[in-house]
Design a protein around this ligand. Sequence first.
Ligand SMILES: [Fe+2]
Ligand SMILES: [Fe+2]
Length: 264
Amino acid sequence: MRIAQISDLHFGRDVAAVARSLLADLCDAAPTMVAVCGDLTQRARPAEFRAARAFLDELPAPALVVPGNHDLPGWRVWSRFTRPWRPWRLHLSTDPYGAVSHTADGLVAVGVNTARQWGPHPDWSRGRIDARQLAAIGAAFDEAPSDDLRVVVAHHPFLLTPPGRNRGLVGRSKLALRHLRRRADLLLGGHIHLAYSGVVDGLVVAQSGTAFSDRLKGEPNSYNLIEADGDRLSVSTRRWDGARFDTHLRTDYVRDGHEWRPTP
Ligand SMILES: [Fe+2]
Ligand SMILES: [Fe+2]
């Protein structure tokens, strides 16, 4: 079982050579699934969505794609409130309000849209997960065979490290973690353009950096390759070194009962 996790493509601010190299690296990696953790565009413009669509069509495996806050019309306030997901629907052909899922032999993955049109705070880039989405995730997981790897794909993070603390966790993260504890294995996210992984409440969280945009936040472009085999799981961050993607850091996890922990 191998999952490629890519995020924050930001077409409109993409670097073509890095994107081409990423596609070649993904072909070599031969993943079971590609999880695309949002912010496919920079400003939700039609040309950016068309470029994103063309890129997704070249992926070497089925993709599970969720939106990010940049996939909403930014300051085009009328569009943002009257038809916020119209371009997404038009080009990506998925329902941004529903959960999307992918199942393969030994894998059940559910994607949810954590981006919101507005929030009761000045930073509308923040996201939220709601009870309806958690119920959809729970229903998909409950139907799956008990030994399937259970993966949640979202844009906003469930775990922050000190360099990203100014960005904020996904809203209602505590409720979500209570709901997902002992039910999910792996939570995938993006948004902060920093790559790391860790454990929270017995769940492995993996965050990927911006795959090939020039919106770098102090570290190079990257994506994650996640390999799972029974009670073992590894997250390898593959970083752009100026010429190609190469493994920068690998972290291993093991499952004890229902809970995951890092291995020394
Ligand atoms: Fe982003
Ligand atoms: Fe974002």
